[in-house]
Design a protein around this ligand. Structure first.
Ligand SMILES: CC(C)(COP(=O)(O)OP(=O)(O)OC[C@H]1O[C@@H](n2cnc3c(N)ncnc32)[C@H](O)[C@@H]1OP(=O)(O)O)[C@@H](O)C(=O)NCCC(=O)NCCS
Length: 333
């Protein structure tokens, strides 16, 4: 019979077992995936911005940790009524013994205590247990599928990317670039926060409402990433006459997985779409990556499966699907 315990003081010692379990599951999905070091999960929790709390629960049997789950609680407009089950994994030898169910029930209880009305999460499509497990606790799929996509830097076509940048010259009288590394400069921060809400226009489930990060929360997230040893480059498009930011993209990495860069959000205001602006900003960042970060071998991103414009740009860059994440949700009551 297993028992459950919440990890109240996250540290390299306390999280080592959970990290091992998450690494093992990552290899179930991507067999060649290198282990993420323990520092990664510790930093994710300890260096999180103040609007984000991550709770880890473990299932223990005879002193052995046999299951682990991460519950993410964001105090952000649009995300404060639900909680995110970021991971819930039972080691293969202990599956089908209701350990997953026990962890899930504890997560529901904690989410209720935190006044969260709904839980959501993802299972990976080829993994039948995940789908059956979600059905067993009354979770239902939302119709949203998020693709984890990756491209090897050796497969990037530099000439094509340079062409995307050159083509932007056609708009040189209307648009210019605003670039910053790490935190957004004060003079742009409120505009950048406003522009970031363009991410609410990507396909989403009918129950989702707009997520709105304040300028302070965005700044805090960027500073927290830096404090954890990470790097991030943001490239924005500025409409020259009005000095309005109308598009942006983010590329980042951490010292814990130096071989990996994460292509984060990219968004262009609807009035400025179909002019090659997202190609431009993405190409600028990736060309810089090729020039100054030779240690990065892989770029990864998440792409909603019905976001066709972004899928086509990413496909042209050479990104290929690695994992398919199916979204589910369930009320906590
Ligand atoms: C999904 C996972 C967490 C389930 O954990 P578990 O402890 O084995 O699940 P439980 O024993 O509590 O199963 C509860 C119910 O889910 C369903 N279920 C779970 N695994 C199943 C499988 N392999 N095939 C069919 N049904 C399954 C069954 O209805 C089961 O009840 P039953 O055994 O009484 O028939 C585990 O398989 C796992 O770690 N997978 C990898 C990570 C993952 O996919 N997580 C899901 C994210 S939500």
């Amino acid at each position: 019979m297993s028992s459950l315990r919440w990890v109240d003081t996250p540290s390299t010692d306390r999280l080592a077992a959970a990290n091992g379990i998450l690494n093992h599951f990552a290899r179930e999905l991507i067999p060649s995936e290198p282990d993420a070091p323990i520092e990664r999960i510790v930093s994710e929790i300890v260096d999180a911005p103040s609007y984000r709390r991550i709770h880890v629960i473990e299932a223990v049997e005879r002193d052995e940790v046999v299951g682990a789950a991460e519950l993410v609680l964001d105090d952000v407009v649009g995300r404060d009524s639900f909680a995110w089950v970021k991971a819930l994994v039972v080691v293969p030898e202990h599956r089908r013994r209701h350990i997953g169910t026990a962890m899930f029930e504890a997560i529901v209880e904690r989410s209720r205590q935190e006044a969260r009305e709904r839980l959501h999460g993802f299972f990976s499509a080829p993994h039948e247990a995940g789908s059956a497990f979600v059905t067993s606790f009354g979770g239902r799929t939302t119709g949203i599928v998020t693709l984890l996509i990756r491209v090897h830097t050796l497969d990037l076509d530099r000439a094509m990317l340079e062409g995307w940048v050159d083509r932007a010259d056609e708009h040189a009288d209307v648009y210019s670039l605003v670039r910053f590394d790490g935190p957004c400069p004060d003079m742009w921060s409120s505009q950048f926060a406003e522009l970031a809400t363009v991410m609410n226009t990507i396909p989403r489930s009918s129950e989702d409402v707009d997520t709105v990060y304040s300028a302070e929360q965005i700044l805090e997230r960027q500073k927290a990433h830096l404090a954890g040893g990470g790097w991030s480059w943001t490239v924005c498009v500025c409409q020259k006459p009005s000095m309005r930011l109308v598009g942006f993209t983010e590329l980042s990495g951490t010292p814990h997985r130096p071989w990996l860069a994460v292509q984060g959000d990219t968004g262009v205001h609807p009035d400025h779409r179909n002019r090659g602006l997202s190609r431009w900003v993405k190409a600028v960042n990736v060309l810089r990556l090729l020039d100054v970060r030779p240690e990065v071998q892989v770029i990864e991103s998440l792409n909603e499966h019905m976001n066709y414009p972004m899928l086509s740009i990413n496909a042209a860059m050479g990104f290929r699907q690695v994992v398919e994440w199916v979204e589910w949700n369930r009320a906590t009551s």
